[in-house]
Design a protein around this ligand. Structure first.
Ligand code: ADP
Ligand code: ZN
Length: 734
């Protein structure tokens, strides 16, 4: 009797299970590889899945199973070492393994085109006397022909790089019918060397100690938290460690936050290393993404710099992961498959038994707690490398200031002095547009988005009211919708309005505004950055896009226009965010040999938050914040998850969450399951939003509970009518 084989396949559907199929009619089971893409019939259509297992057992009767259509690509496209990691991620986030796997692949992977790259090769097909004659008048063609002839086998483009413009010559030879092209699968992992170029600075003693300690642990899993203020030389430590890893024949992955940081970091890498580098970010076209993914899979990339999704890169010989600015929110994917790149990078490193470095001036409270528990090794870089000094911080009391202006008279004065010294000033305001509210002067009516019930932001130059929740826009009304009065007034300040004040106060001075509105066009952000690099006094005004990472040597003044935004946020993480932001923007000032000053405008100068942060630094703040979190049993002292549900009828979403919460009421030992409540932003794009927060000090118990809750949820009839999802370790509670 012949053995019956079954194939277990992961499909890109939200269903959290694998699917059983029968092998193809004539295909040999041995030829199918785990991790290979397989085309299968699914309902009335076809889907591309990933082969997970070949087994002789299925819980479903053989007659009921369908046959797969065919395997795609010639080989597995997921390195063996990564499959267990993907399974672990899918379990941890309670997410469909198929969707997790396809998140990690280029966008083309769901279609049935080949994903692997082919190398075009040429070989001689005609060597008779006439051939040599026909080439006589073109010595370049003749030389190339001779070269290919002498190689005796097919020759790829890479081997012809001694010729100028070889593609044109090859085409001409092909047209004459003397050579022919063939395609070969580009699979062999070549010996690809990356070299250090240029010189390395002499390390400070703190850098040397950090390097020494991490170097001793390059052969196994260990997590290091490298804490050092901006400019303390963390990047230099990463670069020297990467050099070590490269010398051992391994590869390095360097992750950076989403906004603007990747190009700068990549530049640093390019200045230090040559050959086989790669950069991956969210602005890439699908084609570029696929080609880069192919290069990575083939072993052509030894150092990869990238944002969040680069954590999935199939680097075959990974030896080190660095996560710069590890506290940054952009490491968390906020829709679809809601993973934290930092957290899954740690799981990956554990699986591959390699070290991870988390770098930050302002580590997340999660990481600080792990360092305290000795799960991470804390290494500090206390001083600035080179000659730069730490900036001085000053509070500006806004209570007695003229309310018509966002920037106080005293800050204007300080900026004036900086400009006179030919220096640059940076003003930070995390709000774009002209004003966050347009209000009727007569009756107080506020223009709100009809779909979100949220005040619309006034964009003066565009003459639009834009909703920053749902992106809906409409023309600015000429009169109040409630009372008909024509006096509509902007209330509050966005970057566009502050620009107006600055232009008036500093006529003739170059002022650059950096926010989503001024950087929408591709390449616009890079253009502004180049403009900033140019010498001469100027003022930069920006949102969080400008808060981190960028190194502006001539910047000596930083002003935070409104620090109160974060002081009273609804989220339990808002003060952590504010502290990180203030330290980060402060880090922009005084990077070279000039001392920096930071001015923070607030209506709450006596707030204990400022006292703690300025007197005891981020460390003092974090110590106190951790104590408060512990008191409240909040993360990182508990593990948390959030069910979100939204529906056009408010009752549906609320009823679904309440039904599940009530039916699991008796199973909440070791679990704190709060009552479902409306989300802080209750209505968005015509949907009413509710959330259900759950936490537990015991991670296993939490996941057991989530598993049950998901089962109950999926069985509830409303679950098909309501849009809902589970967010494990949620970071954004709005
Ligand atoms: P971080 O990553 O902590 O912000 P960097 O590594 O970017 O710090 O260092 C800040 C600046 O100091 C950079 O311009 C870098 O070239 C320089 N630098 C770093 N280490 C040294 C050193 N040991 N000696 C001199 N300059 C250094
Ligand atoms: Zn809206």
């Amino acid at each position: 009797m012949t053995t019956s084989w079954f194939l277990k396949i992961a499909l890109p559907t939200p269903l959290r299970r694998t699917f059983d199929y029968l092998p193809p009619e004539n295909g040999l089971i041995e030829q199918l590889q785990i991790g290979q893409r397989i085309l299968v019939p699914f309902g009335r259509s076809r889907l591309t899945g990933i082969l997970l297992e070949k087994t002789t057992h299925s819980d479903i009767a053989k007659e009921k199973l369908k046959q797969v259509i065919c395997a795609l690509d010639e080989q597995s496209i997921i390195p063996d070492t990564l499959l267990p990691w993907f399974k672990r991620i899918a379990d941890y986030y309670h997410h469909s393994l198929g969707e997790v796997l396809f998140t990690a692949l280029p966008p083309d992977a769901k279609r049935d085109k080949s994903l692997l790259s082919y190398e075009i090769q040429w070989q001689v097909c005609n060597t008779d006397f006439e051939t040599s004659q026909s080439l006589q008048r073109s010595p370049k063609q003749a030389a190339l022909f001779e070269c290919i002839k002498n190689r005796k086998g097919p020759v790829g483009l890479a081997e012809l790089d001694s010729f100028k413009d070889p593609l044109r010559l090859l085409n001409e030879l092909e047209n004459k019918g003397v050579i022919a092209r063939s395609e070969r699968l580009n699979t062999q992992i070549k010996n690809k060397l990356t070299h250090r170029i240029g010189t390395t600075p002499v390390l400070t003693s703190a850098q040397r100690a950090a390097l020494h300690e991490i170097k001793a642990h390059l052969q196994h899993f260990q997590c290091f938290l490298l804490k050092g203020i901006t400019g303390s030389g963390k990047t230099e430590v990463y670069l020297q460690l990467i050099e070590q890893v490269i010398e051992q024949g391994k590869q390095a992955l360097l992750l950076a936050p989403e906004i603007g940081l990747t190009p700068q970091l990549f530049l640093r890498v390019q200045q230090r290393f040559e050959n086989h580098l790669g950069v991956m970010h969210s602005n890439m076209s699908a084609g570029d993404r696929k080609r880069l993914w192919q290069r990575i899979l083939e072993g052509d990339v030894n150092i990869l710099v990238g944002t969040r999704s680069a954590v999935f890169a199939p680097l075959p010989k990974l030896g080190l992961i660095v996560i710069d600015e590890e506290h940054d929110l952009s490491y968390k994917q906020q829709d679809g498959f809601r993973y934290s790149a930092r957290d899954i990078a740690l799981m990956r490193a554990q699986g591959e038994n390699i070290p991870v470095i988390l770098g930050s001036a302002t580590p997340s409270l999660e990481s600080l707690k792990n360092a305290e528990n000795k799960r991470y090794t804390l290494i500090e870089l206390p001083d600035r490398a080179g000659v730069a000094k730490a900036p001085k911080t000053h509070l500006i009391d806004m209570r007695n200031q003229d309310r018509h202006f966002a920037v106080s008279a005293s800050l204007i004065e300080k900026i004036k002095h900086a400009l006179q010294r030919e220096e640059q000033a940076l003003l930070f305001l995390n709000r774009r547009g002209f004003s966050p509210v347009l209000i009727c002067q007569d009756c107080g009516h506020v223009n709100r988005c009809r779909a979100c019930d949220y005040p619309q932001t006034y964009h003066q130059a565009e003459r639009l009211l834009r909703c920053h929740q749902c992106t809906r826009a409409e023309a600015v009304p000429t009169q109040c919708a409630a009372c008909g009065n024509h006096q509509l007034q902007p209330l509050g300040f966005g970057t566009e309005r502050v620009m107006e004040q600055l232009s008036e106060a500093f006529p003739g001075t170059e002022i650059l505004r950096i926010d989503r509105d001024t950087t929408r066009k591709r390449g616009a952000f890079e253009e502004i950055l180049q403009q900033i690099e140019k010498p001469g006094p100027k003022i930069l005004l920006g949102t969080q896009m400008i808060a981190k990472g960028h190194d502006f040597p001539n910047l000596t003044l930083v002003g935070v226009i409104d620090a109160d935004q974060g002081l009273f946020g609804a989220d339990f993480r808002s003060t952590e965010r504010l502290a990180q932001l203030l330290v980060q923007v402060a880090g922009r000032a005084g990077r070279a040999d000039k001392a920096g000053h930071v001015y923070i405008q607030t209506h709450q100068p006596e707030h204990p938050f400022f006292k703690t942060l300025f007197e005891n630094g981020y460390q003092g703040f974090s110590r106190q914040a951790l104590a408060e979190r512990q008191q409240a049993d909040f993360p990182p002292y508990s593990y948390s998850a959030l069910f979100r549900a939204e529906s056009a009828q408010a009752a549906d979403a609320r009823n679904l969450l309440e039904a599940v919460s009530n039916s699991l009421g008796g199973m909440t030992q070791h679990i704190t399951a709060y009552d479902p409540i409306p989300a802080p932003l209750e209505k968005r794009a015509n949907h009413y939003r509710f959330q259900w927060f759950i936490c537990s000090a015991d991670r296993t118990e939490l996941h057991r509970f989530l598993h049950l809750a998901l089962r109950t949820m999926e069985k509830h009839p409303l679950s098909r009518k309501v849009r809902w999802h589970l967010d494990v370790d949620p970071m954004d509670m709005s």
